[in-house]
Design a protein around this ligand. Structure first.
Ligand code: SF4
Length: 410
């Protein structure tokens, strides 16, 4: 089931290759988990030196304006100098965001990282991570672990708190439960991200090649396990809307091959733990991005948690955004019946659905247009989701349809 969306009714996020909201730094290829859906080969000894990381940050500075840098990996907490790396980014007046599984996180380390300038964390948590103590748990059961981290981050304070999880065919039905869990903790959870699982399309009707030479994908994210690898963001949306019919995205990023594919689908909502007052519309998103760019010269990534607590002030934008006006109306109605609830803090929370690379039947590759997760490879900006290709083959692979009639076919 797919949600019907018209991209012309949504705000196309204004990001581009040289002027984006975020960039993606990989200081290490080492990881302390082995998540099923990971697209990077784990290399426990492969930490980049501080000199190389400094150089990569210089490359970002030269080639790309960004509000924040996602520090990923591997798991960035495996890098022995992670505190210095965070400080280096912060000293460049860029928000450092750690993308981590959290396994190596302690309250003490979090305090040190915050001292070094850490802006926030995106915790990757899902049920297919082979995580000690959490094997064979459902996504719903795994919410207990999410809450542990959310409370740890809230305890340290003034840090942005996001969660992302890979969505598989069998966990797709649980996404609404995670959306509901995020609502129940809207005061301490700022962002939830759902990333549709992808894998190399081994055994399908596409041939990978590089410079005219055919490549058999055997080591790069190639698997036929765990069902589908073509879940669309509109399917994730439809699954959520089935439970929450009001749930309405307002912004998107299209694909490089298909202008009407929703590679990033962003929903913003205003509410309290008891009630979601409403979903902001495209004008609100446009205002948030453009005013930040006017003030700071860069597009917004990861608003500060203190700002996100001002949901009621955001309702003052009702005149420009019908979605916000709807939220303000719901708040006013609550004020009449439950003033005790309505006068408490209202929070803003983002829910993102991401649909990574799609290999189209004609051989074109539909990537995220204006990819926010560009990383540095050989002083170039490249897609982080496909970094294993240049690392293993020397460059990104192309695809073409296999002509079954020539090869004898099926
Ligand atoms: S193209 Fe790949 S790296 Fe870039 S945003 Fe999409 S999934 Fe992420």
């Amino acid at each position: 089931m797919q949600a019907l969306l018209d991209h012309r009714q949504l705000y196309r996020l204004p990001w581009s290759l040289p002027d984006n909201s975020i960039s993606w730094l990989e200081p290490t290829a080492a990881c302390n988990l082995a998540c099923f859906g990971c697209y990077r080969a784990n290399d426990p000894k492969n930490h980049k030196s501080l000199e190389l990381i400094d150089h990569e940050l210089d490359v970002f500075t030269r080639l790309r304006t960004a509000d924040g840098i996602s520090v990923a990996g591997g798991d960035p907490l495996c890098h022995p100098e992670i505190v210095s790396i965070v400080a280096n980014i912060s000293n460049r007046d860029i928000k450092p965001i750690l993308n981590t599984n959290g396994l190596a996180l302690s309250r003490e380390l979090l305090g040190e990282l915050k001292q070094a300038g850490l802006w926030g964390l995106t915790l990757h948590i899902d049920s297919k991570q082979n995580r000690p103590g959490w094997k064979n748990k459902s996504e719903i059961e795994t919410n207990d672990l999410r809450l542990e981290f959310a409370e740890l981050i809230a305890g340290v304070g003034d840090l942005s708190c996001s969660f992302n999880s890979t969505v598989y065919e069998d966990t797709l039905p649980e996404v609404p439960d995670l959306v509901e869990w995020a609502h129940n903790h809207i005061d301490i959870v700022n962002v939830m991200v759902f990333i549709a699982f992808r894998a190399g399309l081994v055994g399908h009707d596409l041939q990978y090649h590089l410079g005219g030479n055919d490549i058999e994908l055997d080591t790069v994210y190639s698997t036929t396990e765990f069902g589908r690898y073509d879940i669309q963001s509109t399917e994730v949306l439809a699954t959520v809307q089935e439970r929450f019919p009001d749930f309405q995205p307002s912004a998107y990023l299209n694909g490089t091959a298909r202008p009407d594919s929703f590679k990033w689908l962003l929903t913003g909502r205003i509410g309290t733990k008891e009630k979601i007052y409403g979903y902001v519309g495209p004008k609100f998103m446009e205002l948030a991005q453009t005013t930040h760019h006017l003030r700071r010269g860069r597009y917004l990534a990861y608003a500060h948690p203190r700002t996100l607590r001002h949901g009621r002030s955001m309702m003052l934008l009702s005149a420009v955004d019908p979605g916000v006006a709807g939220a303000a109306g719901a708040w006013l109605r609550t004020l009449l019946t439950r003033p005790d609830r309505a006068l408490g803090r209202a929070h803003f929370q983002s829910i993102m659905m991401i649909q990574p690379v799609d290999m189209l039947p004609d051989g074109r590759q539909d990537m995220c247009d204006s990819c926010p997760d560009q990383t540095v490879w050989q002083d170039r900006l490249v897609w982080s989701c496909r970094l294993e290709e240049p690392l293993q083959y020397g460059d990104f692979l192309s695809t073409r349809p296999i002509d079954r009639s020539e090869s004898g076919g099926h």
